[in-house]
Design a protein around this ligand. Structure first.
Ligand code: ADP
Ligand code: ZN
Length: 711
């Protein structure tokens, strides 16, 4: 087996033109029978790395996956692409298992998905020994590590695979990056000199936006208005939060459901199904939601509350845009979230060491939200990647903060902290600076201090922004062990007493920030056509999915529909050129989708719009109805030569037609024999003269169409 086979399989089964970064190298490693460790972000395309070898090599690939729901999904997806696959786990009956076993032993199955507990069970060993296994793929391999967040004890028993099947290549795949986990995977699975592949964790199609959490409900309503009909997840910290938000959104006329661990199991799976099948677009959920959901067209992920660490944040937003199309990640943060987490951590049973680690990670999370630095740069840096440019697709890049001499502003805040004997927290400090009438201010006689009301030039939010920066640059710190009061550091004293200069990012006036965003451009006609057709194809997909009882994205992904709306394929051959259309799907759904596109093109042409391909199609329709060439020329007001060339084009693009009516097989051979003397686009006149006018233009046109069609 070599990469040419792999490439052909990628096209044939999955309909993709080329491999993504590292996929080819990983597949080559499998062909070379090497063990491999693969780190790729969610949506990076891990599945292809074992699915393509599985279909090209003899025997069956065994895939270990911890998520039962995902297994079913993957097997359905493979079947939809014409790849025989099956799964065995606790969700299926004894009889079903026997059917799968028979199919396996008969050599019908190319991929077998198994849960780890099944794979390691005694009962399963005899079957395993009788199979011709070409590859083991351990998905979500980080579950093996007790350091990770999804530790699964059964995974640790998988070490027997290398003992029992030393010659079968094993590939471990995960989206969790840290070094400790990586080392654990290699050691526990006993990988031998594994080839390690670490893909970039960048997800350039996800736009990263971070906003302060004030009025977040209003902000979410605005956001949803701008994203009608799109699927998205809103993560909330608490169960109550999920329910409350879903209720409020429904009251505003959005269709939203909630999901958390305490929702009864049946209802949970209904919520999940409705989301997957595009029936409920918005889910308000705790982080319990998402694992095991393979939906590729999640267009946005909103964090209503700050996630507890960057790993979680990145994993959650990674559920957006798996189809590679633009997706948005919107994070709201507030200091109150940090405080609630800290309380949660403090009250937990964890060891001091673990608590400290959690708090450190939480602080990094908060810093990420606070720091006016390219978000992508910050988060990739956290995962150990250098990213030495600005991404252009995050709020900071799109709206770069302006630096100003913040010394005076900082001094005001620092002085107020000192004058209140360092006994105030963030919010009270700001109230003092802004001269608030709050009761605590008067009770403590803080309205008498010199800095009371000295910071009226900034809004409450501005001050939050400025003081947070002071925290990052180390002018102040928060005494978590003392009611989260602010304390002035050594550095802070230098600024306060010695006037040491400090640069801060200027708070952005709200309206101005909006203004800076590029104005929505007038949409071109092409763009409008594309959107309209995309909507129609989406509707068709939904109908087809309902008939077949599968989620819409298993029919075609959004990316595929978008490519279709762009290319407007009118024939099978055209459709094959669309990304994500393999042989099987062409067979199953090709006609329906082509017919819809043709209908669209005819309608548009009927309305007098100029649509590429429409003129050939109109000619073709008339021809199919039995009109003669001359009649068509008459009806359409074009020359017969043009009519013939339209028909030849349709033939070239894959329509069935007996061309012997125009050119005999012998003549066709002769003309085609001369084509290498010329170059595309073939010059009709020169070819005509080359044969001393022996073959007329129609013959030449059809010989060329036939040659192109064969290509
Ligand atoms: P992961 O398992 O790493 O989260 P998937 O394997 O589900 O990611 O792939 C994510 C999406 O990318 C899927 O829709 C998949 O079909 C698509 N994809 C994978 N490889 C390619 C490729 N070479 N070309 C185009 N799309 C691809
Ligand atoms: Zn950026």
């Amino acid at each position: 087996m070599n990469l040419t086979h792999a490439q052909a399989a990628l096209k044939k089964y999955f309909g993709y033109e080329s491999f993504r970064p590292l996929q080819a190298e990983i597949i080559q490693a499998v062909f070379d029978k090497r063990d491999a460790l693969v780190l790729m972000p969610t949506g990076g395309g891990k599945s292809i790395c074992f699915q393509v070898p599985a279909v090209t090599m003899e025997g069956v690939a065994v895939v270990v996956s911890p998520l039962i729901a995902l297994m079913k999904d993957q097997v359905e997806g493979l079947s939809a692409n014409g790849i025989p696959a099956a799964f065995i786990n606790s969700s299926i009956t004894g009889e079903q298992i026997r059917n799968v076993e028979n199919a396996l032993l008969a050599g019908y199955v190319k991929l077998l998905y198994v849960s780890p507990e099944k794979l390691v069970s005694q009962g399963f060993q005899p079957l395993l020994k009788r199979l011709k296994i070409n590859l083991f793929a351990i998905d979500e391999a980080h579950c093996i590590s007790s350091w990770g967040h999804d530790f699964r004890p059964e995974y640790t028993q998988l070490r027997f695979l290398k003992e029992q099947f030393p010659e079968v290549p094993l590939i471990a795949l995960t989206a969790t990056a840290d070094k400790l986990t990586r080392k654990d995977i290699v050691e526990q699975l006993q990988l031998r000199n594994p080839a390690t592949f670490i893909a970039s964790f960048d997800r350039p199609n996800i736009s990263l936006q971070v906003r302060p959490g004030q009025k977040r409900f209003e902000q979410i309503v605005e956001f949803l208005k701008k994203h009608p009909k799109q699927s998205g997840i809103i993560y909330c910290l608490s169960r109550k939060g999920c329910e409350g938000l879903a209720d409020k959104l429904n009251a505003k006329g959005f269709k939203a459901a909630y999901y958390h661990a305490e929702v009864p199991a049946t209802l949970r799976s209904k919520v999940q199904e409705d989301f997957i099948n595009d029936r409920t677009p918005v889910i308000c959920a705790t982080i319990a939601f998402g694992m095991g959901i393979d939906k590729s067209n999640v267009r946005f992920v909103i964090h209503y509350n700050l996630p507890r660490n960057l790993e979680g944040y990145y994993q959650e937003i990674g559920r957006g845009g798996r189809d590679g199309l633009p997706a948005e990640a919107l994070l709201f943060f507030s200091y109150a979230d940090v405080t609630s987490y800290r309380e949660m951590f403090e009250q937990s049973e964890a060891s001091d060491e673990q608590k400290e680690l959690k708090i450190a990670k939480l602080n990094r999370m908060y810093q990420f939200a606070e720091a006016p630095v390219c978000r992508r740069k910050t988060v990739l840096y956290y995962f150990g990647e250098t990213y030495d440019r600005s991404c252009g697709n995050c709020d900071v890049c799109q709206n770069p903060p302006q630096q100003f001499d913040g010394t005076v502003a900082a001094q005001k805040a620092l002085s107020a902290i000192i004058r209140t004997q360092e006994k105030v927290g963030m919010s009270l400090l700001i109230d003092i600076l802004r001269g608030s009438q709050r009761r605590e201010v008067f009770e403590n006689k803080w309205h008498e201090i010199k800095t009371y009301g000295a910071g009226k030039e900034y809004t409450y939010e501005d001050w939050l922004f400025l003081i947070s920066q002071m925290l990052h640059v180390g002018l102040v710190e928060i005494a978590y062990d003392d009611h989260s009061h602010l304390k002035v550091t050594e550095e802070g004293r230098k600024t306060l007493y010695e006037g040491k200069k400090i640069k801060l990012a200027l708070p952005q006036p709200k309206a101005k920030a909006e203004e800076r965003h590029p104005r929505m451009q007038e949409k071109s006609k092409t763009q409008l056509f594309k959107e309209e057709l995309f909507d129609r194809l989406t509707m068709l997909r939904r109908t087809v999915a309902q008939q077949q009882g599968v989620p819409p994205y298993l029919i075609f992904s959004d990316a595929t529909l978008l490519d279709m709306a762009d290319k407007r394929p009118l024939t099978d051959a055209d459709l094959m050129a669309v990304s994500g259309v393999g042989e099987r799907k062409l067979q199953l759904y090709g006609d329906a989708f082509i017919e819809e596109i043709r209908k669209f093109v005819r309608e548009k042409a009927g309305e007098g719009a100029r649509v590429t391909g429409s003129t050939q199609l109109v000619t073709w329709d008339l021809f199919k109805k039995g009109h003669l060439i001359e009649e068509i020329a008459e009806i359409r007001g074009v020359s017969t030569l043009t009519v013939v060339s339209h028909i030849a084009t349709m033939y070239e693009r894959g329509e069935m037609l007996d061309i012997a009516e125009w050119v005999s097989p012998e003549e066709c051979d002769i003309i085609q024999g001369a084509l290498p003397l010329f170059e595309e686009p073939y010059p009709m006149k020169a070819i005509y003269e080359h044969f001393d006018e022996r073959y007329n233009y129609d013959k030449i046109r059809f010989a060329i169409a036939d040659a192109r069609r064969r290509k």
